[in-house]
Design a protein. Structure first.
Length: 110
């Protein structure tokens, strides 16, 4: 469970991490969601009646943080790729039995 929670906090920022932005704005509400989730679990374990409010708040914070990072990722990755001379290009793949396909190739300098 701990791995899932940590993965849920970090994975929505994977594109931003790729773009060398180790910290993202969306990590703040997702980190707060973990704190609220733990607090809600404690309240629930102690027999409190309002644990559902904590769970709902945690879900809303997580969704908000994920949405922020998902919206910010494309422009950050494009800016990083331009700075590193990385450009996606469309490549034709030979005809297959199913039909023709296209692929993606990355080119750059090393």
């Amino acid at each position: 469970m701990i791995g899932s929670v940590l993965g849920g906090v970090v994975l929505p920022s994977a594109g931003l991490i790729y773009a060398q932005r180790r910290k993202s704005i969306g990590m703040i509400p997702r980190g707060a969601a973990v704190v609220v989730l733990v607090f809600g679990a404690l309240v629930d374990g102690l027999g409190g009646d309002d644990a559902d409010r904590y769970y709902t708040t945690s879900a809303v914070l997580y969704g908000l943080g994920s949405a922020i990072d998902i919206v910010m990722t494309p422009s950050a990755v494009r800016a990083y790729n331009r700075g590193e001379d990385i450009a996606p290009i469309k490549v034709r793949i030979g005809a297959a039995r199913i039909g023709r396909g296209t692929g993606l190739a990355l080119g750059g300098t090393f």
